[in-house]
Design a protein. Structure first.
Length: 100
C-alpha cells in the first residue's frame, strides 16, 4: 500500500499540479538551524532535563507568555504528560514545519 501511495505522490509531483518548494541557500540554512533548535528542546524535554540559556529562550519564544507551559519552563518545573505532548508534538512540530 505504501508503495502505491509513494508512486501516486511522485506522479502528482511530476504532473505539475504540485511543486516542491524552492528555498534559497539562506532560507535552507535558517530552516536547518531552526530544526536543530527544535531538536535540542525536544531531546531535553523528553529526557526530563531543564532548559537553560539559548535553548530556554528559543522554547519560550514559541509559546504565549500567559500559557502554563511557558511559566513552568521558565521556572524549571517539570511538564505534565499532556503538556509535554503539546510542546513536543504540536508546538515544536509547528515551529519546525512553519515558514522561515
Amino acid at each position: 500500500m505504501a508503495e502505491r501511495l509513494d508512486k501516486a505522490f511522485r506522479d502528482l509531483m511530476r504532473s505539475g499540479v504540485m511543486e516542491w518548494p524552492q528555498y534559497t541557500p539562506e532560507e535552507r540554512a535558517a530552516r536547518k538551524a531552526r530544526g536543530a533548535k527544535c531538536g535540542h528542546v525536544k531531546r531535553r524535554l523528553l529526557n526530563g532535563e531543564p532548559l537553560e540559556g539559548k535553548t530556554l529562550d528559543f522554547a519560550l519564544g514559541i509559546l504565549n507568555p500567559e500559557d502554563v507551559i511557558y511559566k513552568k519552563l521558565k521556572e524549571g518545573q517539570p511538564l505534565s504528560e499532556y503538556e509535554l505532548h503539546l510542546m513536543v508534538d504540536v508546538y515544536l512540530l509547528h515551529e519546525r514545519l512553519g515558514p522561515v
